[in-house]
Design a protein around this ligand. Structure first.
Ligand code: XIL
Length: 388
């Protein structure tokens, strides 16, 4: 069965009933009972275990005023990773909140940390419909005037941000989520996310080509990525392929595809992950798994929190299965990055069932470290494997 996937645009049907992980007995609230495993460590780090495979990383926050992973997490946990990406602070509205005013501090601290430790740093993201800087998009003027103004602002933004991190960021998510994911055939008229402010200002999808051109000019050495979610679903994957071909994006500097791993215990099937890796590899692109986290509630929109013990075993099994597949594809995959470090700070507490729900958080347990930053069973399922 093809399972409808998390969508930013449409709330996904509740498939909780299908999952089999929801036992009536586990109706407690999120007590996050986890066995206190050896938080101090022992054995190789993830980075060491995957040295011969691919860099393995995590998204981190860097404050100020917000969560600061570099201060919150012990060095022993941060040392698990050989790659990093900024969860928020490099996004347009955060890094250039007003025209010409840049808030470099948080991103600088991540870049400095990555440099000091010799980590592979991903840049996320230059062009996205969310967390875009609203000042960039004029509400008046003709289409041609708006396009010209936004184009100039895009160029200045990309030059400033990519230019600043030229020596640190090795791969940029130049464009994020520009393809529409509509699942009902009546809305398949276009592949573009037409309600994106970028699309609206330009009047077409050529902003994507511009973004790649500007990024390539600003840093010819960075590997430029298109990054999107749900692309293990063949319907969306085909649209991404169509986008790359229609816009001839490789001629504009596209070199990689970020397969966002916002997956669940049951979706996608590993065969679909394999198909997706192969499709983009065969197009001559680098493949990375980005934003990996496993939604324990299988994309349901139920507001009820279940305790971690209900998911512990299934989560470990799912991570074991996924990393078994990823290791087999090590020659096609150039990095794997998680969307967070530990369950105490995960966007999935407030994004579920296809929507952001900041006022009704539901505890989720999608990562390898628990709420007390302890190693979960899932951690060992990823780290400890038989070398082929
Ligand atoms: C999310 C962050 O995790 C949240 O903290 C923020 O409020 C919204 O954005 N796809 C992406 C990421 O490409 O940038 C998003 O990150 C998650 C979905």
């Amino acid at each position: 069965m093809s399972i409808p996937i998390r969508s930013h645009a449409i709330a996904v049907l509740a498939i909780v009933a299908l999952c089999g992980f929801f036992f009536a007995a586990c109706a407690s609230t999120g007590d996050a009972t986890v066995s206190p495993v050896d938080a101090a460590g022992g054995g190789p780090t993830l980075a060491e275990a995957y040295r011969d495979y691919f860099p393995i990383g995590a998204a981190i926050e860097a404050g100020p005023g917000k969560f600061n992973s570099l201060k919150e997490y012990p060095e022993s946990v941060l040392a698990e990773y050989s790659a990093l990406v900024a969860e928020n602070c490099m996004k347009a509205s955060l890094i250039q909140p007003r025209e010409g005013e840049f808030a470099w501090g948080p991103a600088d601290s991540i870049a400095a940390y990555a440099r000091a430790k010799g980590l592979y740093l991903r840049g996320h993201t230059l062009v996205w419909h969310n967390q875009a800087a609203s000042w960039m998009f004029p509400s008046t003027g003709t289409q041609a005037e708006r396009r010209a103004l936004v184009r100039a602002r895009l160029k200045a933004h990309v030059e400033a941000v990519v230019g600043r991190y030229k020596d640190d960021v090795r791969a940029w998510d130049v464009v994020n989520e520009a393809v529409k994911d509509a699942w009902s055939p009546s809305s398949w008229k276009t592949i573009w996310r037409e309600d994106s402010p970028w699309y609206q200002a330009y009047g077409d999808a050529t902003y994507i080509q511009d973004a790649f051109d500007f990024a390539r000019a600003a840093d010819p050495d960075a590997v430029l990525f298109y990054n999107d979610y749900n692309i293990c679903d063949p319907r969306k994957r085909e649209r991404v392929v169509e986008m790359i071909e229609t816009l001839e994006l490789k001629k504009h500097g596209l070199r990689g595809i970020g397969i966002q791993g916002h997956w669940s215990l049951t979706w996608p099937h590993v065969a679909d992950i394999q198909e997706t890796i192969d499709t983009f590899h065969e197009m001559g692109l680098e493949v990375q798994i980005t934003e990996l986290d496993i939604d324990c509630y299988n994309n349901s929109d139920s507001t009820k929190t279940l305790s971690y013990k209900n998911f512990e075993t299934a989560l470990a099994a799912r991570y074991r299965e996924i990393f078994g597949l990823l290791r087999k594809n090590k020659d096609k995959i150039s990095a794997v990055t998680f969307w967070g470090v530990a369950d105490d700070h995960t966007w999935l507490d407030t994004f579920y069932g296809g929507s952001y729900r900041p006022s009704s958080s539901r505890k989720n347990y999608p990562l390898l470290f628990g709420v007390k930053r302890e190693r979960k069973k899932a951690y060992y399922a990823v780290r400890d494997f038989e070398r082929e």
